[in-house]
Write a protein that binds this ligand. Structure first.
Ligand SMILES: [Zn+2]
Length: 450
């Protein structure tokens, strides 16, 4: 009964938000109109970055940064710095939702409901999971709508109107329902059978699921949201595939995705593992990037590939998963001893404990933020340097750093970069490129006789 009331209240909130969303959706440019991009589309190599005897990496970096209009910089700074606060709000909002589910007895009511529907334990777990997804999605909708939709439009980064955006969210929800439901059933099975050692086996099961998800994502999950096609323009693919061959990458194809369906952001990535590993560039990069810029970005992606970053990430996150399960093992028993009766949770194998697990996960994730970011940023920095050596396009890379500056602050302080940046800042990336150029000026000096 309580849950039905909550569902109803949630639906009312969503309906209100949909109405307000539609009203501002109409003010935005229709399809075909130029998206509100704020960084210059064509970036010239500034005089101070031209090859000369007095080439100076610092001066060249400043000259590149000077090409960014002040309005574009303040907009990007505001967007990115707002993201710092969102980390905090996401954390507090999430914790509030989980505490609500526990203290109001909703989690126990959801468990009771699943037990009335079936006597089959794994199915009870799945039903509980479905209820949990529904309730947390509804309660989380206001912040999710602001963060994922309204704010992206405010900063001119989104290209979707509300209905297609909601459609995407529904797909993501269904994927989480199925994959999350699968792992929840497996984990509760482990906890019930192995009450003393579940944290070790649970971590093992989670790692297997994690690797499985990484492997299937490029083939079965990402295509649910975007269209992936094999790029067949030889003017673009030929230099990329040549770069791949030169670096011992057995790629025969380059993939393109229609990111412009959702966003104006330029990006590229390496995804998958083993047989599903592939390099993909998005259509925003293809449309707005110069050939030098595309090659520099592809060099960076090849760096991820050659340096085995996905395998290393799997290893890194496997360690994090083991730490998380050890933390759960230690804290869940204590949590139940303290609050179990009040929250009507019977034990660690009771699905009603899920909000507490998420609360602890959110807490650990929040504290880990700078370490996650630093792990990823370190890989990105390695890929940057690899990409410069491979593509030999420092100016293309500087251009890319400026374009990516539409959604990432260009010149943060060092502590700020350490805590919040999962990629090197634009300034540091340009400086890396210019330092590389300073040591390779002979590649850019016109040969005599020309
Ligand atoms: Zn990267």
């Amino acid at each position: 009964m309580i849950i039905h009331k909550a569902l109803f209240a949630g639906l009312v909130v969503i309906a209100l938000l949909v109405c307000s969303g539609l009203s501002f959706a109409q003010q935005t440019p229709g399809p075909g109109a130029k998206p509100a991009t704020v960084m210059p589309d064509v970036i010239q190599v500034p005089a101070a970055a031209q090859p000369s005897e007095h080439f100076d990496a610092d001066a060249a970096t400043e000259a590149y940064l000077a090409q960014i209009p002040a309005s574009a910089r303040s907009r990007s700074d505001a967007y990115f710095e707002g993201g710092y606060w969102l980390i905090l709000w996401d954390f507090l909002y999430g914790v509030a939702i989980y505490l609500l589910l526990l203290y109001l007895g909703w989690s126990a009511a959801m468990r009771n409901f699943s037990e009335r529907l079936t006597r089959f334990k794994p199915l009870q777990t799945f039903i509980y999971w479905a209820e949990f997804m529904a309730v947390t999605t509804i309660l989380g909708a206001p912040l999710a709508l602001y963060e994922g939709f309204y704010r992206e439009r405010q900063y001119g980064l989104a290209t979707q109107t509300l209905v297609p955006w909601l459609g995407d969210q529904l797909i993501i929800l269904l994927v989480n329902l199925l994959l999350g439901g699968g792992i929840a059933m497996a984990l509760f099975g482990v906890v019930r059978r192995l009450p003393r050692t579940w944290w070790i086996w649970g971590a093992g099961v989670s790692i297997v699921f994690f690797i499985f998800s990484v492997m299937i994502a490029p083939v079965f999950i990402f295509p649910l949201l975007n269209k992936y096609t094999v790029l067949d323009d030889p003017k673009i693919t030929q230099p990329i595939l040549s770069l791949a061959r030169a670096n011992g990458i057995p790629a025969q194809k380059v993939y393109m995705m229609d990111a412009s369906r959702q966003t104006t952001r330029m990006s590229a990535n390496v995804s998958g593992y083993g047989q599903t590993m592939r390099i993909t560039l998005n259509d925003n990069l293809l449309r707005r990037g110069s050939p030098e810029e595309i090659q520099s970005v592809m060099g960076h992606e090849m760096g991820h590939y050659v340096l085995h970053h996905i395998a290393k990430d799997i290893l890194y996150f496997s360690v994090v998963i083991v730490i998380f399960f050890a933390f759960l093992f230690w804290s869940l028993e204590r949590g139940i001893a303290r609050w179990g009766e009040r929250w009507k949770i019977r034990g660690v194998g009771d699905t009603a404990i899920v909000p507490l697990v998420f609360l602890l996960g959110t807490l650990l994730g929040f504290v880990y933020t700078p370490f996650f970011n630093t792990h990823i940023r370190t890989n990105e920095h390695e890929a940057d340097r690899y990409g410069l050596n491979a593509s030999r396009q420092p100016d293309g890379f500087a251009q890319a750093a400026i374009h990516l500056g539409e959604y990432r602050k260009m010149s943060p302080g060092p502590v700020e970069e350490w805590i919040f940046f999962d990629h090197p800042s634009g300034r540091n990336r340009i400086y890396d490129a210019m330092r590389w150029k300073a040591e390779n000026l002979q590649l850019f000096t016109p040969k005599s006789g020309h």
